[in-house]
Structures are given as structure tokens and as C-alpha cells.
Design a protein around this ligand. Structure first.
Ligand SMILES: Nc1ncnc2c1ncn2[C@@H]1O[C@H](COP(=O)(O)OP(=O)(O)OP(=O)(O)O)[C@@H](O)[C@H]1O
Length: 276
């Protein structure tokens, strides 16, 4: 049976409860999240889509343990998130690699961290597996500065996958990649999820990517981000390229695109007002 699940009986792993965040600014507090409540069940793949600067990364940072909510709380298996941990693999928008380590050492780094339960005897094989999957084998001893931007991002992805976290938190992980690599990375992600079974939160600006990968899509509003609507994706897993040709894919894409465009327009009006 597929490791990915959308069954309603799967246990809730992540629970955002009425989460709000305000940042202090020179003009006073700026609210970036407003009363966000969302449950994510074991094996779900949830995508967040919404305008730039509305608060999506902040939402992910709270689950990652990098940021505290101003109000409300986020529970991980029923416990409030108190900080980062090896159970959550995070892939940031900006390349999350260490410039002073080679490709091989970057991937091995997370494996060595305390709290990670992968036996040392398996480290080398895991490093090679992910270098091969990401097309980085020939660059094992190169430093990130000698890699292209796309390769650096693939290295960041390899680092996160290699630790085999239960949760993957991904902030526009494929945004900087060319179309072919992006599509290959999407398929690889689906493959990794099929074999390893993870719970995923993905931030993306691509409606197509959200539909292709997710079990649920959360459209958020212009800042402060609130949940505008949650959409169930009607395709099961394993999922293959041919879902793009399914008539329901096109209908869903048009429906989500319309919602997202409304929120992008609202965010643009807000930005213009702030510039006045
Ligand atoms: N630590 C911080 N202090 C002050 N303001 C912040 C902080 N972090 C984020 N912000 C502001 O909060 C707002 C929301 O930021 P966030 O990165 O969550 O948006 P986003 O939806 O992920 O944007 P994008 O899609 O462009 O990545 C932005 O205006 C940002 O400048």
C-alpha cells in the first residue's frame, strides 16, 4: 500500500491552533499571520500557496521551531514545538548548504548530528545514494562555490532527504531550478515519499506543482495570512505525470489560480498603500 495517505483516520501529527504572529516595525506591530488553524495528518502532503510576503515562511518557521507564535500554538504529536529537531528536515528557499564543506561532507553532516538515529555503518551508503539521486556523484569532493545554483539547491535537498526526517518542511525548494530539473525533482520527491513515508508541508508559488504533489492545498490570503480555503486534491498515490492530462487537473488549476490571483492582487494593493 502507498506510504502516502490521505485517510481521515491517520493520526494528526501537526496542529496549528489559532496561530498569529506580529513583528515589531518602525510603524508599529505588523501582523503577518492571523488565527491560522490547520491539522496535518500522518502521511499527508500539504501545500501552502499565497502571495509573496504574506507570511508563508513564517508559518513554516514556527513548525520548524525557528520562530515562536505571538498567539496560539503549534503542536507536534500533541506537544508544543519548542525548537528545531532532526525529526523535521527543512529546505529553505536560499541554498541551505555549508560553503566550507564539500558535497559529500555536506550530505554527511546531518547524519553525524546527535539525535539522529541512523547507524554510522550506513552513512557512506546513504551519502552515495543521495549524491547519485541528485546527479552530484561526479562532484563529491567539490565545494558549493564550484557548483551551479541548481546544483547547490539539489545538494540542499539531498542533505534534507539523507537524514530521513519524519517531516519535510520545504519552502519553494524547486523555485530556482530550470523546468526540466524541477520536474525531475518533483518526481524524485514523490518517489522518496513512496518509499520512506513522510508528512510534508510545502510552500510553493506554482499551482501546478501544488496539484501534482499534494493531497491538500491551503490557499492563504494577502498579509496577514489567514486560511482562505483548503482544497482536497482528488488524485491518489503513487502519482504519475499523466495526472496533468486528467480533466480534473485543469479544472482545479483554474479554480485555484483564480483564488490565488485575487490574493496576489490584494497583496499588491497593500504594498502600494504602504509605499504611499
Ligand atoms: N523576523 C522578522 N522581523 C520582521 N519582519 C519579518 C520577519 N520575518 C518576516 N518578516 C516580514 O513578514 C512578512 C511575511 O514574511 P514571510 O517570509 O513569512 O512571507 P512569505 O509569504 O514567505 O513570502 P515569499 O513568498 O516572498 O517568500 C514580510 O513582510 C517580511 O518582511
Amino acid at each position: 500500500m502507498s506510504q502516502l495517505a490521505t485517510q481521515t483516520e491517520a493520526p494528526v501529527r501537526v496542529s496549528f491552533r489559532d496561530v498569529s504572529v506580529e513583528f515589531p516595525t518602525a510603524q508599529g506591530p505588523m501582523r503577518v499571520l492571523d488565527g491560522v488553524s490547520l491539522d496535518i495528518r500522518q502521511g499527508e502532503f500539504v501545500s501552502i500557496i499565497g502571495p509573496s510576503g504574506c507570511g508563508k515562511t513564517t508559518l513554516m518557521n514556527i513548525l520548524g521551531g525557528f520562530q515562536q507564535p505571538t498567539e496560539g500554538q503549534v503542536l507536534l504529536d500533541g506537544q508544543p514545538v519548542r525548537g528545531p529537531g532532526p525529526d523535521r528536515g527543512v529546505i529553505f528557499q536560499e541554498y541551505g548548504v555549508f560553503p566550507w564543506l564539500t558535497v559529500r561532507q555536506n550530505i554527511a553532516f546531518g547524519l553525524k548530528l546527535a539525535g539522529n538515529k541512523i547507524p554510522k555503518s550506513e552513512h557512506q551508503a546513504i551519502v552515495w545514494r543521495y549524491m547519485a539521486l541528485m546527479g552530484l556523484k561526479d562532484f563529491a569532493d567539490h565545494f558549493p562555490k564550484h557548483l551551479s545554483g541548481g546544483m547547490r539547491q539539489r545538494l540542499a535537498i539531498a542533505r534534507a532527504y539523507a537524514v530521513r526526517p519524519q517531516f519535510l518542511l520545504m519552502d519553494e525548494p524547486f523555485g530556482a531550478l530550470d523546468a526540466q530539473t524541477r520536474s525531475a525533482m518533483q518526481d524524485l520527491l514523490l518517489e522518496v515519499l513512496e518509499t520512506e513515508g513522510k508528512t510534508v508541508l510545502l510552500i510553493t508559488h506554482s499551482v501546478e506543482e501544488a496539484i501534482y504533489l499534494s493531497s491538500r492545498i491551503v490557499v492563504v490570503t494577502a498579509r496577514p495570512a489567514r486560511i482562505r480555503t483548503v482544497i482536497d486534491v482528488p488524485f491518489g498515490y503513487p502519482r504519475a505525470e499523466n495526472v496533468h492530462a486528467d480533466p480534473r487537473f485543469g479544472v482545479l488549476r483554474a479554480q485555484i489560480h483564480e483564488l490565488v490571483m485575487q490574493e496576489y492582487a490584494a497583496q499588491a494593493r497593500q504594498t502600494l498603500r504602504m509605499a504611499d
